[in-house]
Ligand binder design. Structure first.
Ligand code: ADP
Ligand code: MG
Length: 348
């Protein structure tokens, strides 16, 4: 028993060394990264430090028969980057803790790290530490991400005011449609040969939106530093659920205009093929990692002009209402309905 434990420790050290060799980076701010009991940063100017963490469990958050280890790592990092984006912060340092089951080879672990680091490289994030363990069940992956903003400047969920306009970046529902495509493929085992009316480029677009989302880091920083947004949240659980968070924290209601919700041509065409409503994907689909934010009405022209200049896609989808109004949506025909709370929740 003791022998097995020692063997595990040796494997763990080898793995940590390999991670350090391949992924550690030195900068003047990182006094000590991977390799000691704690990492150490030099802090100069006064800043706010934003810290976020996520725990992902195999079979709960990801399915290794659908997503490769590379994409599991990439998506896990992006989910955390998206939380930092929603605060309007600059992502800086990452810690990653993993519990690895026997079936997961060293090669798999490196692929997972490659995915993590691909996401980090896109946003200039440095891996500064973590922890490693064996797992007797599935794979576990926990990521902690540290970001900064200027002291006194950040985007919170709690700042929306009655009369503000509600905006989202990008298009909604693509990730869920992409996941559905991957699940359909797994069931039929013959993806490319299966005759389908969905054009190949739409298929590829949706699957890529699911496997390789990109956190809206630049957009978040823009909304924060230009003092445009009154509140923000990232869309990780689906529009209906995440909108509810803004409403609760800001003590307001909302009126969504369903006809304004941005849906990609690919998602529309997938929904049509599957005899589903595209709006359903947009409302309930999680993991798009777009930003939802509110702005004062008198900043609308500025927001739209600056977004156009920066080539950011932003769409006004509704208005902030008093709390008593509730959380409602206006249908294409002009009728008001309560928004069904059907976003993805664990333990349900
Ligand atoms: P300790 O016993 O103090 O927890 P470890 O041997 O677990 O030390 O870790 C040694 C160093 O390697 C630390 O800097 C730690 O942050 C880093 N580290 C350990 N596991 C990982 C990992 N999976 N990814 C990145 N860094 C890691
Ligand atoms: Mg440790």
């Amino acid at each position: 028993m003791a022998h097995r434990k020692t063997q595990h420790r040796i494997q763990e050290f080898t793995l940590i060394r390999a991670i350090e060799r391949r992924f550690a980076r030195e900068t003047p701010q990182v006094v000590q990264g991977i390799g000691d009991d704690a990492s150490v940063f030099a802090v100069s100017t006064p800043k706010w430090w934003h810290v976020t963490t996520d725990l992902l469990a195999e079979a709960v958050h990801f399915d290794l028969s659908i997503a490769s280890p590379e994409s599991v790592g990439y998506r896990a990092a992006m989910a955390n980057l998206s939380d930092i984006a929603a605060m309007g912060a600059v992502p800086r340092y990452m810690l990653t803790s993993i519990a690895v089951p026997n079936k997961f080879t060293a090669r798999h672990t490196y692929k997972l790290y490659q995915g993590l680091m691909n996401a980090c490289c896109l946003h200039n994030v440095i891996l500064v530490g973590g922890d490693t363990s064996a797992s007797k069940t599935g794979l576990f992956l926990s990521i902690t991400l540290i970001g900064t903003t200027t002291k006194g400047r950040a985007l919170f969920r709690r700042g929306a005011h009655v009369g503000d306009l509600i905006y989202v970046t990008g298009t909604l529902g693509d990730s869920l449609a992409g996941l559905q495509l991957l699940i359909d493929d797994k069931k039929t085992h013959s993806p490319p040969s299966k005759p389908t009316q969905l054009p190949r480029f739409h298929r590829r677009f949706l699957i890529d939106r699911h496997l390789h989302p990109n956190a809206r880091i630049a957009e978040g920083q823009w909304l924060n530093t230009a003092r445009l947004a009154t509140s923000a949240i990232d869309l990780s659980d689906g529009l209906s659920g995440d909108l509810q968070h803004i409403c609760e924290e800001s003590r307001v209601g909302v009126e969504l205009d369903l006809s304004k919700i941005p849906i990609s041509p690919a998602c529309r065409s997938y929904a049509k093929n599957s005899h589903l409503q595209p709006i359903q994907f947009a409302l309930t689909g999680g993991e798009d990692y777009e930003l939802l934010f509110t702005i004062p009405r008198d900043k609308q022209a500025t927001v739209e002009r600056q977004a156009r200049n920066r080539r950011y896609q932003v769409t006004c989808i509704g208005t902030v209402r008093p709390r008593q109004f509730g959380i409602k949506m206006r249908s294409v025909e002009g009728h008001l309905y309560p928004i069904p709370m059907t976003s993805y929740e664990h333990f349900r």
